[in-house]
Design a protein around this ligand. Structure first.
Ligand code: ZN
Length: 251
């Protein structure tokens, strides 16, 4: 008796799951159909479009607002992991672990880890994409950040809690601090300057006390920031000021 009811419960649970997946699929299909001009009937066996890259096409059409929403959601997951040490089990290779993958480092503890650095690294991808997308908008708008950019960052990056070093915004600043020179080389001084000033202008600001974060004090010191105890938009402006006396003309 007991066994049977257990079985049926499981069975029901499984079929529920299936049903859910199916309806999700249906939903997706409907969405796709809506997006295309001529919806192909589902009975057709030959595909009308040979493109397999639908997903990646969608990705590149992602707006900055979408991207930041995704990163913001992601940051909640990272926060949850990092705030609950019980959730992060010790990696079986611990100190001899060679996996540098940020996902792995967030998921598992290593007794020789720098927790702060693990978190910063977890946001590297978001920072890269944020700058990439911002650059795209900047270029499309005649070397100026468009209104869309200001609205997007105000929506997802603004925080009033300057003690919150788990916030997406803080971790983006941390990545700009640590990889600033690379970003300046990849884009341009003027762009990075506009980005930092633009954040300041839309009240995406904060002076984060990093006196207990040597990995961040170090990058501020490296760029000769006037104050290496607080991480902020303006502290990072040293990235573009310091190198300006190398007088490389921007064309
Ligand atoms: Zn490991």
């Amino acid at each position: 008796m007991l066994k049977r009811s257990y079985y049926t419960r499981r069975k029901r649970a499984r079929s529920n799951k299936k049903g859910k997946r199916k309806s999700q699929k249906l939903k997706n299909n409907r969405k796709r159909k809506g997006a295309g001009k001529t919806p192909t009937p589902s009975t057709r066996k030959v595909r009308a479009t040979p493109y397999q890259t639908r997903r990646s096409v969608k990705r590149s059409n992602e707006t900055l607002l979408d991207l930041l929403a995704r990163c913001s959601q992601y940051s909640e997951k990272v926060r949850e992991r990092m705030e609950n040490p019980n959730v992060r089990r010790l990696c079986k290779f611990d100190k001899s672990c060679y996996r540098e993958n940020p996902k792995h480092r967030v998921s598992f503890q290593h007794s020789n880890e720098n927790v702060g650095q693990v978190e910063i690294d977890a946001y590297r991808e978001c920072t890269d994409k944020f700058l990439e997308k911002s650059w795209e908008l900047y270029k499309k708008n005649g070397d100026q950040l468009p209104n869309e950019w200001y609205v997007s960052i105000a929506t997802h990056l603004k925080t009033w809690d300057y003690n919150d070093q788990r916030h997406l915004y803080f971790n983006i600043l941390a990545n700009i601090c640590q990889h600033g020179e690379m970003y300046v080389n990849k884009y341009s001084k003027r762009f990075i300057e506009n980005l930092l000033v633009g954040m300041e202008e839309s009240a995406v600001t904060g002076m984060f006390d990093i006196t207990s974060r040597p990995e961040l004090m170090e990058c501020l010191a490296r760029m000769n920031s006037p104050d290496d105890r607080y991480l902020s938009n303006t502290a990072l402006l040293a990235l573009v000021k310091e190198s300006s006396n190398e007088d490389v003309p921007q064309t």
